[in-house]
Design a protein around this ligand. Structure first.
Ligand SMILES: Cc1cc2nc3c(=O)[nH]c(=O)nc-3n(C[C@H](O)[C@H](O)[C@H](O)COP(=O)(O)O)c2cc1C
Length: 223
């Protein structure tokens, strides 16, 4: 599977089979996590066989079933966009390894999650991980021209970037972002959301856009 196919086939999955990850899969995933932590100065951690954070206290509580693995997205308070950007790299690498994922900020038990956190860090999100009972379904997307603006005709690389951005997961599928093109400079801005901070979403969207568009074709505007 190519990384573009991973973007196209990834959907949130919340119900997992009993299948455990083998040593090779774990080692490859850990390698990606280590690279992302190094590059992004983050503290993302692979937590295996830790079902407590997703354990239902009542039958049918939440919609997660059999989730015993996750990535704890631990980082400083100013690193939320990076959490999204690097977390999404790990999500796509997981997809390429045949795994399924779901970004989670609300519907897990923070107190039961197992992770290390330095005093200046916080658990920003978790990414549920495992072999899905299904591969999930495609989310409804806003039309691409509602997600971007371009001065002049948008080149093919920008359109490919926007397609990848429109396939990115966002909290509650809000897609509260706007991507703008001026020459070969691209800016990505969060839009006001009524349900919380969209910095993680923005990082995820930038990761997908960059892969779709090709890094060599543009540069990001200074924020
Ligand atoms: C930052 C973030 C937080 C999320 N939090 C939750 C959550 O708490 N519970 C949940 O079930 N799904 C959560 N999701 C998954 C979204 O609902 C899902 O990505 C969105 O509906 C788009 O669907 P897709 O991922 O299948 O494309 C979250 C996604 C993101 C990006």
């Amino acid at each position: 599977m190519t990384i573009t196919e991973a973007i196209e086939t990834r959907h949130s999955v919340r119900q997992f089979t009993e299948q455990a990850m083998d040593e090779k899969t774990i080692a490859e995933l850990q390698k990606t996590i280590d690279e992302c932590n190094k590059e992004g100065h983050l503290h993302l951690q692979l937590c295996l066989n830790e079902p407590e954070a997703f354990q239902a206290s009542k039958p049918h509580y939440g919609s997660f079933v059999n989730c015993r693995n996750y990535i704890a997205v631990v980082a400083g308070p100013d690193q939320r966009e990076s959490c999204g950007y690097y977390g999404q790299k790990i999500v796509l690498a997981s997809q390429m390894l045949g795994l399924n994922t779901c970004w989670v900020v609300l519907t897990y038990k923070k107190g039961r999650a197992v992770y290390q956190c330095d005093p200046d860090e916080k658990l920003q999100a978790v990414i549920a991980l495992g072999y899905g009972i299904t591969q999930g379904t495609a989310h409804k997307s806003k039309e691409i021209d509602k997600l971007c603006t371009a001065k002049g005709e948008a080149p093919a690389w920008f359109q490919a970037g926007m397609k990848a951005a429109s396939l990115a997961p966002t909290a509650m599928n809000q897609q509260k972002f706007m991507i703008s093109l001026d020459g070969n400079t691209v800016s990505a801005k969060p839009l006001i959301s009524l349900v919380g901070n969209t910095d993680i979403d923005l990082g995820i969207v930038k990761c997908n856009f960059e892969i779709g568009a090709g890094k060599e074709n543009f540069h990001w505007a200074e924020r």
